[in-house]
Design a protein around this ligand. Structure first.
Ligand code: FES
Length: 161
């Protein structure tokens, strides 16, 4: 996949704005992720040549942190918390249900580009365990039986249910 010229210019500008900082990689990646939604290998190579940082190091960071993505995320990003407080309240079953209904695995996006499922660590809402978030909106004490309704609400928004 070739990066379009305008995107390339935007990424180079982000790199330039952080050059000379003591640890520029994280802020550059955060800005690129926020602006373009994902950081594919081609973009990592461009950042590598602009910042003089090995691609392997950039790839390591991008794949280590959940916040970064190698592929475009869906319009609705469903985060199922597998942190301890949620896990002991069966959040794995909730994750399995989302995966069954949407026919994708955690980390994947549906073909229509609507949904991405992410297995996430504690989202700071342990009192609401098991918790699920959709684009940052937190659903408290979710049960497996509610999963289909959550998905359908977003499908309805798209006129798709
Ligand atoms: S463990 Fe799930 S919100 Fe803290």
């Amino acid at each position: 996949m070739a990066i379009i010229e305008e995107t390339k210019k935007g990424i180079i500008a982000i790199c330039k704005s952080h050059k000379g900082e003591p640890s520029p990689l994280m802020p550059v990646l955060e800005e690129v992720q926020k602006k373009y939604g994902y950081i594919p290998l081609e973009v990592q190579e461009l950042i590598s040549s602009e910042m003089d940082i090995p691609v392997a190091e950039i790839y390591g960071v991008v794949t280590f942190y959940n916040f970064f993505s190698l592929t475009p995320k869906g319009k609705y990003v469903i985060g199922v918390c597998l942190g301890t407080a949620c896990y002991v309240k069966n959040s794995q079953n909730i994750l399995d249900k989302f995966q069954d209904i949407l026919k994708i695995k955690a980390g994947e996006t549906t073909d229509d580009g609507l949904f991405t499922i992410e297995a996430i660590r504690c989202m700071g809402a342990c009192a609401l365990a098991p918790a699920v978030s959709v684009n940052g909106k937190v659903y408290p004490q979710v049960s497996v039986d509610e999963v289909a309704a959550i998905v359908n609400d977003y499908k309805k928004l798209e006129g798709n249910a």
